[in-house]
Design a protein. Structure first.
Length: 74
């Protein structure tokens, strides 16, 4: 029999390890863009494989902390 509590806990740990739900949403959006973009299935599969190696959207590490954008102050 499947232990749903254990399965749920493992899923939560995996999501947190990859950066939380926001990173998960960004990953899904990136994969959607790859799937609907141009190119062969082989190219899309390679791009998707590369995309899931790093959590979050491309350039995520380059983002600045909230409130550090000088254009947001007024």
């Amino acid at each position: 029999m499947v232990n749903l509590r254990r399965l749920t806990d493992q899923a939560k740990k995996l999501v947190e390890k990859r950066g939380g739900t926001d990173a998960l949403k960004e990953d899904a959006e990136e994969l959607k863009d790859i799937a609907t973009g141009e190119g062969s299935m082989k190219d899309k599969a390679k791009a998707a494989g590369e995309a899931v190696k790093e959590p979050g959207a491309p350039g995520e590490q380059e983002k600045k902390p909230a409130g550090s954008d000088p254009s947001s102050s007024g």
